[in-house]
Design a protein around this ligand. Structure first.
Ligand code: Z5A
Length: 209
């Protein structure tokens, strides 16, 4: 039996990490064996690449390099952890995946979406998430929530307009793939957001039964 692949996406401060816990609880209560992971990262090599990508050591990194490093980390993650877990019948819950490359590198940096698609096809073959929760909220609110954290990483240091392009790109993906991408109104209170998340996951579980 093959497990299901669920991803969480959203702009800065959207509450993905907070809601991962909620998704995990619902899945575990339903008896699913879940691999919880994240991108960039998820493997030892991927976590090292994450440090290079998010840290300030390579502030002027070229956008091609950034995109290729994202996909290098993803190739390692897929081959070493995600695919073995899915083939073993486990569920995979991942904090960000390829939609983030379309939103941040495509939308935010303005890179050619076709290039990203070529890498997606090469690295992933036909592997795509079965369900994606897009935590959506106004950029100003997300940045305000995230701003309460200590030191900003390389992406968090970007300007407001960058995150507005990222949000727009995410919403465009949701518009194109309404079956896979479920939009959560993340501007609501935490209780309300968690309730929306529970409902989407319960519905998905029922569809899989
Ligand atoms: N990136 C990329 O460019 N290309 C790619 O292909 C991939 C990634 C895969 C790392 O992501 C960066 O990599 C990311 C995109 C880029 N950069 N950015 N920006 P990350 O996921 O590790 O980093 P992040 O976006 O900063 O996520 P985060 O730290 O996990 O934050 P979050 O999940 O969006 O939010 P949170 O930590 O759950 O919540 C933020 C705060 O708001 C926190 O204090 C909560 O208690 C609070 N919160 C949450 N929900 C609520 C509600 N509903 N009401 C009030 N307060 C709330």
């Amino acid at each position: 039996m093959k497990g299901s692949f669920i991803t969480l996406e959203g702009i800065e401060g959207a509450g993905k990490s907070t809601c991962m816990a909620e998704v995990l609880t619902v899945l575990k209560t339903a008896g699913r064996d879940v691999l919880e992971t994240r991108e960039p990262g998820g493997t030892r090599l991927g976590e090292e690449l994450r440090q290079l990508l998010l840290g300030h050591k390579h502030t002027g990194m070229h956008e091609d390099t950034e995109l290729l490093l994202m996909f290098a980390a993803r190739a390692e993650h897929l081959q070493q952890r995600i695919l073995p877990a899915l083939h073993a019948g486990r569920w995979v819950l991942c904090d960000r995946f390829t939609d983030a490359s379309y939103a941040y590198q495509g939308g935010g940096r303005g890179m050619d979406m076709k290039r990203i698609q070529q890498l997606e096809n090469w690295v992933q073959g036909d592997v795509r998430p079965d369900l994606t929760l897009l935590m959506d909220l106004p950029v100003e609110l997300g940045l305000e929530r995230a701003g309460k954290r200590s030191s900003p990483d390389r992406f968090e240091s970007e300007a407001l307009a960058f995150f507005q392009r990222v949000r727009k790109a995410y919403l465009e993906i949701a518009r194109r793939e309404p079956q896979r991408v479920q939009v959560i109104d993340a501007s609501q209170s935490l209780e309300n957001v968690q309730a929306q998340v529970r409902e989407v996951i319960q519905r998905f579980l029922e569809q899989q039964a």
